[in-house]
Design a protein around this ligand. Sequence first.
Ligand code: DC
Length: 231
Amino acid sequence: MERHYSIAIDGPAASGKSTAAKGVSKILGFLYIDTGAMYRAFTLYMIEQGKDPKKEEDALALLPAFRMNEDSRGHVYLFDRDVTERVRERDVSALVSYACAYKAVRERMVEIQRELAKRTSVVMDGRDIGTVVLPNADLKIYQVASVKARAERRYLENQRKGIACSLAEIEADIEKRDYIDSHREHSPLTKAKDAILLDTSDMTIEEEIETIVSLFRKKVGESWKDTEQSR
Ligand code: DC
């Protein structure tokens, strides 16, 4: 059976994980899985159904009917609708930390994520990938950046997309999400013991990608070369 590889990239909100993960997955030919998008899609579903993500009973009532998908281009579908852009908007960002904190919601998403990783080699980004979802990942990265650097990146990204916002608002949102994500009861954001800490505050995206790819090649060494050669 062909050997499947996995790279786990965890870290706080807006630390550049998804851009790095996408770049790495392209170079290595792995599937990129954005786990935050799954929680975001569920949050959007709750909002659209007129439910309150701050109420656990509302989340539990909707969970059984919830269906989502991600394709190899990183697009996210709520049922059959492409919500890739929609789930990045501020209403979803402001409420996702609540919806993703419930045990049953996390269990369901982890199940979907592990299924995906069984089928092929993956680069998965999130908060609990190295600690909970893929504890045996071949490489674990814990990616951090200062609040200032993260807010500036998100601000420029929003400007490019034409989403109106202020830098101060983004900084406040990021700080609030960091707090909720690292203080929740179930699978809080923490660095796995065997994860490599990568501070990207002063790195370009190209440097991030190169660093992760070379760490991966070093880590898996000969077994990776064998697989490449056998293709
Ligand atoms: O990475 P992101 O900003 O798209 O994540 C959205 C939210 O989902 C964030 O508040 C943390 C949460 N999340 C999580 O709890 N576990 C994951 N594996 C991924 C994201």
